[in-house]
Design a protein around this ligand. Structure first.
Ligand code: GLC
Length: 818
């Protein structure tokens, strides 16, 4: 014993160097020579090699891969120890696209990877990377070389990229951030969070969309940082001339997406992450939701009220109380004794039933879903192999690992019973994932990550996306030919391939109405086109005026759903008395009248990747004066709205982009390129139609399939120039459009002082059910004396608004009005 003590004392007096020299490792000894953890920056480029369209550069230790993805998209990856991770992404299913030509050049200063459109310049002396157009205009460049820092707790690296923020450069995108459209001067984190009653500028919220657009001197580009870990973005907040993005793990991997048009940046972002599938037509109607409509008598009562009061509605939601003790895929038989019968009768009356499904599966040995999941080891586990357990609505829960293909298939199959009962759509909630008390899962939870295993640090931001993917794929499989409808709260980039989104638990205040208008515009330019807010506000009590103004904004929200929390007063379109009921009806009817246009705008998104809502900056990006405009926006190419967002507002200033416009409510004409003061009585909202538009309208319907269209109304807005409009038509709820069973119609309107010519081009294989169009000629500046339809005379009458009306065959080619 004494000998040991002496030995210990001797060791204590040894210097560290002696210990190391002796090769003895003493855990508690101060080790002075270990390298400190510091940020490492790429050094000068020391060499390169090429493999197909990938170019590899090294500074001797780290490597950078530059991949030509398409003519306009270049991907950059950094491997601190020259070991690239395997190429796998939930956001980008396929990173190889068609590239016309690309070349490689080297001179004394730099390497240049060139496509037809973009040049990526890699500077030899300092490894700074820049992107230029073919004329040599610099769009985006590194401020400092890419850098990284070892993460001793979890392994891997914190990875950083710092770019130059040009003077006056504006930044857009990043999903649902509840702040101004231009995010310059702000810093954000991406970590999906359940944020009940969130506030202006609160961050992060429910979604992680690490994609932004830079706009400088009228030219735009995009950066998509495809990293699922917690990521951060700083837009000239810390330093006025720098924009940085970084992550707590994973790879520094980003896509540079060339513009110069913002619309093209978004379109190209969609070309790698996918677009939203074409929603069923009914999903574009009005949806009524509440936490919760139960029992069955309440649901039937709701449906009856809609029909009796003649307020259009296509979907009714069942929130968590339809389940047995909040157990997913079960019914509370006391409240809903015969769900199939109820859903069938609702469907006969034109209502689709949408049900909520959360990820938490109740720990209950007598519950089949829990038993199956347990038997097959489908639930997430902690680092030490314990189950991930936490409390949500059903009490103690376990959670499927949706990052596992086998689990997703199982989950998709669980919807069989609900589909057999007639459910038409599924609402996935709480999938950040939300856990009461602690917010979300702890970081040590393990995930399959489709074979590329990882902790929750890596899987957190895609958990909700993979859940709704499993839901969507399951429903698609079970419905066979019909299009499912899905909605999710949490999302990562690419989720638009599987679901629509809503902005989560907002509040019934004017501030939140304004916030919603910002969030939907932002989501739309961030690749999440099918988005909506809880109309009326989830928590709190709106007054009649706020509710009606929110319905008006809802008409021009891609997803139109009223929703409210359980502890609020009843909140249906008729809840605020007959005067407001009439107003709410009028605007919900407007949504239904505009459906053929809205549907066509969705098609333009699905097929071409265009956003649905377009902020004014996107419409006229060359004008810096548009950057602060946040209230007016375009819905598709033809309609401009500026929702009323302030209490008691009697009039508002509305900016119209250059060109001619007509006020929807009275056909009066407005000159674009300037602001106009518009009156905003409760029964109107600023809504303008671009001159030259052919706007299709349905008659007022109580639900989308209520009426057979006998003759389709087309409003033709006069222009003295030439303008194109597009219309899309198909079955409305099948996937036949994937086999070209649709019609794409193009109308070209060309006006002169005393004439108007309309030409139609039709493409596709679908046959519409109607035979004729009713053309309503809006704001003709001359008296009509003759209408020739494909060289045959036709008769023009006048409607009660003084518009000329002509009935013409649906397949006309040329109409000349003089
Ligand atoms: C969450 C949702 C909300 C839903 C409620 C009950 O708060 O965001 O929309 O009504 O849970 O399911």
């Amino acid at each position: 014993m004494a000998k040991d003590l002496i030995k210990q004392q001797e060791t204590d007096t040894l210097s560290t160097t002696q210990v190391l020299d002796d090769g003895i490792h003493h855990v508690n000894n101060p080790v002075l020579d270990l390298p400190e953890i510091v940020k490492n920056y790429l050094g000068p480029v020391a060499g390169f090699h090429q493999e197909n369209n990938n170019y590899y550069f090294t500074d001797g230790g780290a490597s950078v891969e530059i991949k030509v993805v398409s003519d306009e998209i270049i991907r950059v990856r950094l491997a601190p120890k020259s070991q690239f991770l395997e190429d796998f992404s939930y956001a980008v299913p396929q990173s190889d696209q068609h590239v016309a030509v690309y070349t490689f050049e080297e001179d004394q200063e730099a390497y240049r990877v060139k496509t037809n459109t973009v040049t990526c310049v890699i500077r030899k002396a300092d490894f700074l990377i820049a992107f230029e157009d073919r004329e040599g205009k610099e769009y985006n460049k590194d401020y400092s070389p890419m850098h990284w820092e070892e993460n001793p707790d979890f392994g891997g690296y914190y990875v950083y990229c710092t770019k130059v923020a040009q003077a006056n450069e504006a930044f857009y995108g990043l999903g649902d951030k509840p702040t101004h459209l231009n995010v310059r001067g702000r810093r954000f984190a991406n970590w999906n969070s359940d944020t009940y009653s969130f506030q202006f500028n609160q961050d992060p919220l429910y979604r992680s969309i690490p994609f932004y657009i830079g706009l400088h001197e009228g030219d735009a580009y995009g950066i998509f940082f495809d990293n699922t870990f917690k990521t951060y973005f700083d837009f000239a907040a810390e330093a006025y001339d720098q924009t940085s993005f970084w992550s707590e793990g994973g790879e520094l991997q980003y896509y540079y997406i060339h513009g110069p048009h913002m619309m093209d940046v978004v379109k190209r972002y969609h070309s790698i992450t996918g677009t939203h599938y074409l929603p069923p037509l009914w999903a574009l109607g009005f949806h009524q939701c509440r936490w919760s409509y139960y029992p069955e008598s309440k649901v039937r009562d709701l449906a009856r009220n809609f029909r009796e009061r003649q307020i259009p509605c296509d979907a009714i939601y069942l929130d968590i109380d339809y389940m047995d003790g909040y157990r997913c895929f079960t019914w509370n038989k006391r409240y809903f004794p015969d769900p199939k019968k109820m859903i069938k009768e609702l469907a006969d009356d034109g209502f689709h039933t949408v049900v909520i499904i959360d990820p938490g599966i109740k720990v209950d040995e007598n519950y089949w879903v829990f038993k199956e999941g347990k038997k097959n080891r489908y639930f997430c586990r902690r680092g030490d192999d314990y189950f991930m357990e936490g409390y949500v609505w059903p009490g103690r829960c376990q959670f499927p690992d949706f990052t596992n293909q086998e689990v997703r298939e199982w989950w998709g199959g669980l919807f069989k019973g609900l589909v057999e009962a007639g459910v038409a759509g599924v609402w996935n909630d709480m999938n950040e994932p939300a856990v009461f008390g602690r917010g979300t899962f702890p970081n040590d939870v393990r995930h399959n990550f489709d074979g590329y295993r990882g902790s929750h640090r890596k899987a957190h931001n895609v958990y909700g996306m993979q859940m709704v993917r499993a839901t969507y794929e399951g429903l698609k499989n079970l419905f066979q030919k019909k299009r499912p409808f899905t909605i999710t709260r949490a999302a990562y980039a690419g989720t638009q391939r599987y679901a629509s989104v809503w902005t989560g638990d907002n509040v019934a205040t004017w501030d939140h109405l304004r916030l919603g208008a910002l969030q939907l515009q932002r989501l739309s330019v961030s690749g999440m086109p099918f988005c909506g807010t809880d109309i009326g506000g989830f928590s709190g009590e709106p007054d009649a005026e706020l509710f009606t103004r929110w319905i008006q904004f809802g008409v021009f929200s891609p997803f139109m759903r009223a929703h409210s929390a359980g502890d609020t007063a009843e909140r249906e379109p008729w809840s605020f008395g007959p005067d407001y009921e009439a107003l709410n009806r009028k605007f919900i009817e407007l949504r239904y009248q505009l459906l053929p246009y809205i549907y066509s705008v969705f098609w333009e998104h699905t097929k071409y990747g265009f956003p649905i809502l377009r902020p004014i900056t996107m419409v006229e990006q060359r004008l810096d004066t548009n950057i602060p405009r946040e209230e007016e926006f375009c819905f598709g190419d033809k309609l401009l709205v500026s929702p009323v967002l302030y209490q008691g507002q009697q009039r508002k200033m509305v900016y119209l982009p250059a060109g001619g416009w007509y006020y929807y409510w009275d056909d009066s004409s407005f000159e674009g390129g300037k602001e106009h003061e518009v009156n905003t009585p409760m029964d109107e909202m600023p809504l303008f139609v671009r001159a030259g538009t052919v706007l299709p309208e349905y008659p007022v319907m109580q639900h989308v399939y209520e009426k057979k269209i006998e003759s389709l109304k087309l409003l033709v807005y006069y222009t003295a120039q030439e303008a194109n409009s597009y219309m899309y038509e198909d079955h409305g709820d099948t996937f036949a459009y994937e086999q070209q069973i649709y019609l794409e119609k193009k109308f070209v309107v060309k006006g002169a002082a005393k004439s108007l010519k309309i030409t139609q081009y039709i493409d596709g294989l679908y046959s519409e059910r109607y035979d004729t169009y009713d053309l309503h000629l809006v704001a003709l500046p001359f008296k009509v004396s003759r209408v020739m339809v494909d060289d045959k005379p036709a008769i023009a009458t006048q409607d009660n608004q003084g518009r000329y009306v002509v009935k013409v065959p649906k397949d006309f080619k040329n109409i000349i009005v003089t």
